[in-house]
Design a protein around this ligand. Structure first.
Ligand code: SAH
Length: 331
């Protein structure tokens, strides 16, 4: 729901100040429509239903994988695709993966979103509405900005959305922003943002030549400079930065690259998450289990805490940008 439009509409109707808070409480608790907001006058409920859309996003399709992962594709009022995913884990964790932009202006060569046309930044409400969509199904408690888009290119709206998440059940400590390392806003994020959001960096290569090939942004903001900033964040916040590393067969998965990565990161400030590649029909294949295990062993030998990401929702194309890209062919 566009809460700015809501405020304006309530003010124009001469409603008492506490109304907006009442409505937000209902939304954050997962109601499905104005009709469920039983402490609002009936006339106001009817007026709001006509004047303030209940969600800024329209659901286009939704699919549930065998492992319980739910992937939703939405459309903004001006027709831009937005994807979000709900991941359900056995330990009770309910993690949502949300988009910060429709499409992405970066052009990472292995990423489905990177091959799509960039649409625009999402508003705070379009981000919050992704969370509310899943909140209407069940309680949720973690959020990662690993859907479409680069959160640091839409930092103000992302932060405005994050401010609302604790009411929905997601504390700041359980909220992660994932970035390619867009340096100016990474610096701003470190210097200006005081809430304890977790930082994840998409690194994907231990050296310049390989990273340039995968992530053209590396030519603008080289990995050494980006890692130095992440190191600063880790020292300042006393919290490890997650390093995302997507495993691409024959590209970045050699044991010597694992060794180089361990040396680059050191033992103290980072934690690596190796990501099995979700093929997108492009030029890359995912690494085999054996290759991932050998790479993992190199990192462990170097003393770097490392996990291998569980693959979720593969049968519903849950990788970044896959659903939207399928519907709207590349530009
Ligand atoms: N722009 C941000 C956030 C979006 S992508 C960033 O790049 O960090 C979230 C993560 O998913 C990134 O680490 C990205 O590299 C990874 N990713 C993208 N496409 C993927 C795919 N097909 N399979 C596995 N991981 C993928």
């Amino acid at each position: 729901m566009d809460l700015a439009l809501l405020d304006k509409t309530l003010a124009a109707g001469g409603q008492p100040k506490y109304r907006a808070g009442q409505i937000w409480d209902w939304l954050a608790g997962g109601v499905r429509g104005y009709h469920e907001m039983s402490n609002l006058p009936a006339g106001l409920r009817e007026q709001l239903a006509l004047e303030v859309p209940f969600s800024t996003l329209e659901l286009v399709t939704e699919a549930t994988a065998k492992d319980g992962t739910v992937k939703a594709l939405f459309r903004t009022h001006d027709g831009h695709p937005v994807e979000a995913v709900l991941m359900r884990y056995k330990d009770g964790r309910r993690s949502i993966c949300v988009s910060s932009q429709s499409g992405c202006p970066l052009t990472c060569t292995f990423c489905a979103t990177g091959q799509m046309r960039f649409g625009r930044n999402l508003t705070p409400w379009e981000i919050v509405d992704q969370a509310l969509h899943f909140r209407r199904k069940e309680a949720i408690n973690h959020c990662v900005f690993m859907g479409m888009g680069e959160p640091l290119l839409n930092l103000d709206n992302v932060l405005a959305a994050i401010e609302r998440l604790p009411d929905i059940g997601i504390t700041h400590r359980r909220t992660s922003i994932s970035t390619v390392g867009w340096l100016p806003n990474l610096t701003r994020f470190i210097d200006e943002v005081e809430i304890p959001i977790r930082l994840a960096l998409s690194l994907h290569a231990p050296d310049t030549a390989t990273r340039n090939k995968l992530m053209p942004v590396n030519e603008k903001y080289p990995l050494e400079a980006v890692l130095a900033e992440c190191h600063r964040y880790s020292v300042l916040r006393k919290r490890r930065v997650y390093i995302e590393y997507v495993m691409l067969s024959g590209v970045n998965d050699r044991p010597d690259q694992g060794k180089a990565l361990a040396k680059l990161l050191g033992r103290e400030h980072f934690k690596v998450n190796l990501i099995p590649y979700n093929p997108t029909g492009g030029q890359f294949d995912g690494s085999s289990r054996e290759r991932i295990a050998a790479f993992l062993a190199e990192l462990e030998r170097g003393g770097v805490p490392t996990t291998v990401r569980l693959t979720r929702g593969r049968d519903i194309q849950a990788a970044c940008g896959q659903l939207a890209a399928e519907r709207a062919p590349a530009a």
